[in-house]
Ligand binder design. Structure first.
Ligand SMILES: Cc1ncc(COP(=O)(O)O)c(C=O)c1O
Length: 448
């Protein structure tokens, strides 16, 4: 932290605009003191030093509500900006991973993860393991698919190619159904594929972070249960859990994997997933041993069950501070109904998309109703290049992401609007970001 942005008081909690805040009056007064300090700090911090000569006055009229060291706003589709409580939890002093204190924290985090996934069926189990979103693919490929078995992979962008590659690594046989760039896989194609042979699993990227395409997992899951009831339904929710509606029990899903650094709002370092009772039974009846030592459900299932029952357990040392941060964030997320959280994200998403379109720019995700609510992928206009545009936005202390889908990577950029930046009370992150985009386009010679 720099000298001018020390923590003054208990900082803000993520609450959607217009919803009841959980702060009391004292905390509000503290917040106003923090805001004043942040305004002062603009004149002496690295944040303002680089921004003052390069931005329009509107871009930095206020600092974001935070007690964190001044820093460029990270508005990419993960990692996102974190709340102060989460970062403070990451600084929890050392604690034994089998101490009663930590066991209790881990148990609470696992119980709250069930709520996040809208799960009450105890035959399912939530997991939080040191790793990353990618490790969730390894768990699927090495536990739920045996060598030689077929997997149907729905492709709405870059991440399906990688999931298919992971399945292939463990001896599964992936078949990809590819949508045109920016579009979804039509239901009749999925139905025809499921009728053509038995697929052990179907994988759906809920939001493909390379395109911003949102898949309708509820409808696809219902189709799978009708046409091929024993096919396990696997959802890559890395860019959707915490921002898009996911009803694990009600929609009869089998495995939803995610990572903390996006809409869950916790620094990277965890693989988070939930497996249904059906998926766990399929795993228990497999003939071949799990294809991985670390990513083995037989190793981790008892550990998670024990921690959730508030009993210490060990297979590999859990990342104590990350689990503290996960619990801090889940408490903030679940302080309001999930439906309100989804609605707040949808509102911000609509605002970002409408503003971008008012600038004359086009989204990569072409189909209304199938566009992510936590990110927007946007084509740069004719005559503007990414290497010219993105540094101009960065000069204004807003960090956006470049393109990722290999066929169009140089033609578009991505904005992440998940978590505290998107729905934090009194935050102005997207006023700053949308102004920065507009001013940067002008500087690139684009006329509106
Ligand atoms: C949809 C999707 N799946 C999987 C991953 C991989 O997650 P991680 O980078 O945490 O390994 C990402 C990462 O951005 C993603 O967006």
């Amino acid at each position: 932290m720099d000298n001018c942005s020390q923590t003054l008081a208990t900082p803000p909690t993520t609450t959607p605009r217009g919803k009841i805040s959980i702060f009391d009056t004292t905390r509000r007064q503290n917040m106003s003191a923090i805001r004043r300090l942040n305004l002062i700090s603009q004149h002496i911090s690295p944040f303002s030093a680089s921004s003052s000569s390069t931005t329009s006055s509107s871009t930095h009229s206020k600092m974001p509500v935070s007690t964190q060291a001044a820093h460029p706003l990270t508005l990419i589709p993960g990692p996102v900006e974190f709340t102060d409580e989460v970062l403070q939890a990451m600084a929890t002093p050392s604690q034994s991973h089998v101490s009663p204190q930590f066991v209790s924290v881990f148990g609470d985090a696992l119980a709250l993860l069930r709520q996040l996934f809208m799960n009450t069926d105890k035959s399912a189990q939530a997991f939080a393991i040191a790793g990353a979103g990618t490790l969730g693919w390894d768990f699927v490929a090495s536990n739920l698919i045996e060598p030689g078995e077929d997997a149907l992979v729905l492709h709405t962008g870059y991440f399906a190619d990688s999931f298919a590659d992971c399945i292939d690594t463990y001896g599964g046989v992936p078949t990809q159904l590819k949508a045109p760039i920016g579009d979804i896989v039509p239901l009749d194609q999925i139905e025809a594929a499921l009728k053509s042979k038995f697929y052990k699993v179907i994988t759906i990227t809920h939001v493909d972070t390379s395109t911003g395409v949102l898949s309708d997992i509820k409808t696809i899951a219902a189709l799978v249960r009708k046409v091929s009831p024993n096919t396990l339904i696997i959802v890559d929710g890395v860019c959707s859990v915490g921002v898009e509606e996911i009803r694990f029990d009600e929609w009869d899903l089998d495995f939803v994997l995610t990572a903390p650094q996006k809409a869950i709002g916790v620094p990277a370092g965890l693989s988070i997933f939930i497996a249904s009772g059906r998926a766990l039974d399929v795993f228990k009846s497999r003939k071949a041993k799990p294809g991985s030592y670390y990513a083995s459900l037989s190793k981790w299932l008892p550990v998670m069950q024990n921690y959730e029952a508030k009993k210490a357990s060990y297979f590999s040392t859990p990342p104590v501070q990350n689990i503290h941060a996960l619990l801090a964030s889940l408490k903030q997320i679940l302080a309001i109904p999930l439906e309100d959280r989804f609605a707040a994200h949808e509102k911000m998403s609509t605002h970002v998309k409408e503003t971008i379109e008012s600038y004359g720019l086009k989204q990569v995700a072409v189909r209304p109703g199938y566009q992510a609510h936590g990110m927007t992928a946007v084509y740069v206009p004719e005559g503007v290049t990414l290497p010219d545009f993105l540094p101009k936005v960065a000069k204004r202390n807003i960090v956006l992401a470049g393109g990722l889908h290999k066929d169009i990577a140089t033609k578009y950029f991505r904005i992440g609007h998940m978590g505290v930046s998107a729905i934090g009370e009194d935050r102005e992150d997207f006023t700053l970001a949308l102004n920065a985009i507009k001013d940067s386009l002008k500087e690139c010679g684009y006329t509106f």
